[in-house]
Design a protein around this ligand. Structure first.
Ligand code: NAP
Length: 290
């Protein structure tokens, strides 16, 4: 049986890796990216490049979006040249970007009115996991839609967790990332304090990374902060976005996320000082003695 055509919208750090996994898995693939230079690279590797999301969606049975934020997702799906305008009825639309639950619910309604199926399926894992097909999909939406999408998701992932109805994937993803953001912010302050304290930095950091606070994330980010190596794996400004979205969702449920709010302050300070396009580990830089 021939594999369904996939449209992938957004070829950033994550989308580019996902596109290559789909091509490697033998799926016919159409890609679109706002900056067409990135689509041209994938076209040279066997994908079809489309001029608009609408054109990419035409003829696809599964349409996946992997873009920066709510505003980008809105334009990609619902804009005049958006994917929904080009999609056939009855296809499966998947939003894999990290977005607010509020926007996901609005988008799900638009997709239902169109007569297609919708999944929110954000991911954990970063650049290397996207490139290596080792992402973890966190899925919300109908089980039947997930089964239709599963063969495509499998080639991009090491796990697929179905959390419940539409919005469940987006919710757990924001919770996951606000815990990551607070850990990174705490580590940044800890490292800055170590550097100002006269302690041996490597020895002091090893106490943290090899002890109770040494989560896989803390270990990875501590290495990047000390190198320092801010080659983007996850852009600092996108972590600020995720913390803001988590705070927004907490607020809607009368739960002020105080730790996320403190962490967001550090990330915003780093953005204001020009570190937004670097890896999120650069959040330590404004705290360092110059
Ligand atoms: P990225 O490298 O910055 O790529 C962002 C993508 O969104 C690019 O394709 C960009 O297009 C597109 N975009 C931005 N604004 C747009 C707009 N207004 N209209 C249309 N397209 C727009 O980011 P990424 O790391 O791939 O992240 C993509 C999503 O995955 C984000 O929601 C992020 O939070 C999430 N995520 C990232 C990671 C990670 O470790 N990197 C892990 C899990 C989830 P251009 O190329 O034209 O700028």
């Amino acid at each position: 049986m021939s594999k369904p055509r996939i449209a992938l919208l957004g070829l950033g750090i994550m989308g580019a890796g996902m596109a290559r996994r789909l091509l490697g898995g033998g799926f016919p693939l159409t890609v679109w990216n706002r900056n067409p230079a990135k689509s041209a690279v994938l076209a040279a590797e066997g994908a079809q490049a489309a001029a608009t999301p609408r054109e990419a969606a035409a003829g696809a049975e599964i349409i996946i979006s992997m873009v920066a934020d709510d505003a980008a997702s809105r334009g990609v799906w619902l804009g005049a040249n958006g994917a929904l305008a080009g999609a056939a009825k009855g296809v499966v639309l998947i939003e894999s970007s990290t977005l607010t639950v509020s926007w996901i619910m609005e988008l799900a309604q638009a997709v239902a009115a169109h007569g297609s199926e919708f999944l929110d399926a954000p991911v954990t894992g970063s650049r290397i996991h996207a490139a290596g097909g080792e992402l973890n999909f966190l899925v919300g939406g109908p089980a039947a839609a997930l089964e239709r999408a599963r063969p495509a998701l499998v080639v991009m992932s090491r796990s697929i967790t179905h959390l419940g109805p539409v919005g469940s994937g987006a919710m757990i993803k924001l919770i996951n990332n606000f815990v990551c953001g607070t850990q990174i912010a705490a580590l940044a302050e800890a490292l800055a304090l170590i550097e100002r304290s006269g302690l041996d930095r490597a020895q002091a950091l090893a106490v943290l990374t090899e002890g109770a606070p040494g989560s896989p994330l803390v270990k990875t980010i501590a290495a990047r902060m000390t190198a320092p190596d801010y080659t983007p794996n996850f852009l600092l400004r996108l972590m600020a976005k995720d913390l803001g979205y988590a705070i927004q969702e907490g607020g809607r449920r009368q739960l002020p996320l105080l730790t996320a709010t403190a962490a967001l302050g550090l990330f915003q300070q780093a953005v204001a000082l020009g570190h937004g396009e670097k890896d999120m580990s650069a959040v330590v830089e404004p705290l360092r003695k110059k």
